[in-house]
Design a protein around this ligand. Sequence first.
Ligand code: NAD
Length: 480
Amino acid sequence: MTIKNYINGEFIAPIKDNWIDNYNPSIGEVYGQIPNSTKEDVAKAYEAAEKAFPTWSNTTLAERSRILLNIAEKISEKLDALANAEAKDNGKPLSLAKAIDIPRASSNFEFFANAITQFSSEAHETVGLNAMNFTLRQSIGVVGCISPWNLPLYLFTWKIAPAIAAGNCVVAKPSEVTPMTAYLIGEICNEAGLPKGVLNIVHGLGTTTGQAIIEHPKIKAISFTGGTATGAHIARTAAPMFKKLSLELGGKNPNIIFADCDYDKMLVTTVRSSFANQGQICLCGSRIFVEESIYERFKKDFIKKVAELKVGSPFETDTNVGALVSKAHLEKVKSYIAIAEEEGGKIVFGGEEIEVENFENGYYLQPTIIEVTSNQCKLNQEEIFGPVVTMMPFKTEAEVLEMANDVRYGLSATLWTQNLNRTMNFSKQLQVGIVWVNTWLLRDLRTPFGGMKASGVGREGGLEALRFFTEPKNVCIQYN
Ligand code: NAD
């Protein structure tokens, strides 16, 4: 299976004929090749985008919206094929790809197809000086979109849909670890009537292809989702070129459980917020803090429920936990389990690799629960991004708030309580971009999405994304 770049509506091989292997993590085998595109390929993609921009940015909102809705519909029509491709490329359960990843990719296009028809800008009358200001919100030009491997099509479309809805043309790069569904979206865009050059997809490593996108002098904005170290590198490169930047980075999210919570709902949701997508969601609650009075009960019940999760091939319908995305990532996650004891932790469940029948070389790991005694250990301070959570008890609100915030990340937090005052006080004081109270991963696409501190800069979602992908210009008119 050879993946090609999608440039100017056509599928083409990389100019320098460099290729890299694409793995199926559920069996640990190479199943295809993808381009490792160089700056020449990125330049070609840029040229196509630049050429398409004048027409696309002047296409009526109704027409842009219609094309985006077509793309959304075609994604839904191809649900099975796309979900299969995602499960094979990423290792995630097929059931999850069918229920979440692919429907959400379709919703991203549908949402921004509608949002762009409702987008408006401000006017300010300068009373007393006979002046009127209005804000023009214009398309930026050619923008770069770079996405990670954990929710491949879901996050790729979360960027390209608002970018093109706002009239920009795009040079996009999916993760080299999971390129397949981004490749398939090219064909869908052609079928849906997206004009040539509006979306261009170049494949390859971050250090070659990604680097060429962020360094390109004429790509005016970069929307990036990925690791914090990569985000810092992108900021160092792009900031002196004064590119507009949106950085959605890593997380180490607290899951704070008070004794007054709806216990059964909390327990079921906490299993999900810990291990959904093999724990490879930036929003997973990887640090679980439990009020002391229910700690032992929670520990027993949580272990029992997690033990019921079936680790297995992504393609079995009863699989809850699939394969990790790559051998390198599996080794990274295992390296944290290996230091659990020297960090003062105790593995109370899991910790071992699993051999799945007929899928022996796949990257399977037991969901793992580690009891820790301090929030200062590496297991609580560093992003593991796998099926590993820590848990520890707390006594007071002040103590748990301090621990929740005492980390370099600030993406999301989950709070379990029925107490309204506590809900409000924690919501105000938690240093995160998203607080879920008595729920997790409930997403309304109109809401701002993003993190504080080392979890990023800027917000995606709803009007925030349309604001990012447009340049505001104030026009001041004085009259007599
Ligand atoms: P990564 O940073 O390694 O890679 C992300 C993307 O950046 C890939 O496409 C990669 O090829 C590219 N890249 C790497 N080096 C680059 C460079 N020098 N220039 C330009 N592009 C470059 O991240 P990953 O391992 O793919 O994804 C996991 C990380 O993503 C985790 O830290 C996770 O928390 C984070 N994440 C964050 C969010 C969020 O919304 N905040 C969502 C999902 C994942």
